[in-house]
Write a protein that binds this ligand. Structure first.
Ligand code: ZN
Length: 389
């Protein structure tokens, strides 16, 4: 994630670059000794000492004796981030619920709030006002001041200013979300597509941690995906991320609001799963998950045969296009029966040229639960402030 300063950079630029790299390491990787920091960051001990001393003096990091001591002699102190040195707001806007959280440096969740939309998702002004009011209350209650905000939206978002062009499942069109929140909070606000944001969370803190090339795909009402390529989030023109949910897997399939037929989203999204399980569309999530968990091996094959076929076809294309070492299944996909996931993985291995070439793409389920988007939104916000803390 860090880049090397260019040759000929001024000493203050080099110091600033190293300071940000050290802070990013502590923020994402947690407490670490000065010696280990020197090795990991490729810096000498005296540079690390100067940086840590400076950050400790400003109250951004502290040092403590490790709880578990190893070996004899004086233990090495651990350097750790001070959560209150930089607090960001994370917002996860979903079709049925909005969640907010205040998150401290190091990723510590300081406090959270959430509320159901009860079918009122189509009213952006009302939702934005509630986000602003709830954030102020939460910040007051925790007695913290936030320095940036990150927002996850299930839609097509312009990264530069957080303008939501279209969020079909929320029924939002042309909503200047970034500007409204920046105006209200007076801090930098970054808005991103929900799948891209969840991919960022998985890459920094979840199943794809340490993986340079990974894809995250998730089903809610919509289906989305985020791509980590060579360690960074892949972004398209003007920051618009690719819409993996709208690749066509079944040309004879159901019509999609995007104008196409048989998009991945219409064939493997939550509504498709409800239909396959013979449940009413928009059944409560708990009911859908319970049905999935209760399926016998035979039922998995009979009831979810078509679903498995379209899921596999989409994933084979994704693996062939992006060549990931790892695919993380998120949100409702985490409730898929393990034998189904194993079968999909086997078919990908058999039918994807790229998977065979790289020795097999692993298919895993997310362990972050429904918090992935909230955690990712916080990381999006931290991206903009770690060099100024
Ligand atoms: Zn579509």
């Amino acid at each position: 994630m860090t880049s090397t300063p260019t040759a000929g950079a001024r000493p203050d630029e080099v110091r600033r670059h190293n300071r940000t790299a050290l802070l990013r390491r502590l923020h994402v990787g947690g407490p670490c000794t000065r010696a280990a920091l020197a090795i990991e960051l490729g810096l000498n001990r005296s540079t690390i000492k100067a940086l840590v001393d400076g950050l400790a003096e400003s109250g951004v990091v502290s040092e403590r004796v490790p709880r578990a001591r190893s070996g004899a002699g004086r233990p090495s102190l651990l350097v750790l981030p001070e959560p209150l040195a930089a607090v960001v707001l994370a917002v996860d806007i979903r079709v049925e619920q909005v969640a907010i959280a205040l998150v401290g440096l190091g990723g510590q969740l300081l406090g959270r709030d959430s509320w159901n939309l009860r079918g009122r998702a189509g009213e952006p002004a009302e939702i934005i006002t509630r986000i602003i009011e709830s954030t102020r209350l939460l910040a007051e209650e925790l007695d913290v001041r936030m320095v940036a905000a990150g927002v996850s939206v299930p839609g097509v978002v312009r990264r530069g200013d957080g303008y939501v062009h279209e969020a079909p499942n929320l029924k939002w069109t042309d909503v200047p979300l970034g500007d409204r929140l920046t105006g209200a909070f007076g801090v930098p606000v970054r808005v991103g597509n929900d799948a891209e944001i969840a991919a960022l969370a998985e890459h920094l803190r979840g199943a794809a941690k340490g993986s340079l090339d990974a894809v995250y795909v998730a089903a809610d009402i919509g289906v989305g995906g985020g791509v980590i390529s060579d360690g960074t989030t892949l972004r398209g023109t003007a920051g618009y991320v690719g819409e993996l949910g709208h690749m066509v897997v079944n040309p004879d399939g159901r019509p999609c609001y995007c104008g196409s037929h048989g998009c991945w989203e219409t064939e493997v999204g939550e509504l498709a799963l409800c239909r396959a399980l013979d449940l009413p569309e928009h059944s409560p999530r708990g009911v859908v998950v319970a049905e999935l968990r209760g399926l016998t091996a035979t039922q998995i094959t009979t009831t979810l045969g078509d679903f498995t076929r379209w899921l596999t076809m989409g994933l084979i294309t994704i693996v062939n296009v992006f060549g990931p070492e790892l695919v993380v299944l998120g949100d409702l996909f985490t409730a898929l029966p393990p034998p189904l996931v194993a079968q999909v993985a086997t078919t990908i291995a058999e039918r994807s040229l790229v998977s065979r070439a790289i020795g097999g793409t692993r298919l895993v389920t997310s362990t972050m639960g429904t918090d992935a988007k909230l955690i990712g939104a916080a990381e999006l916000a931290f991206e903009s402030v770690l060099d100024t803390v």
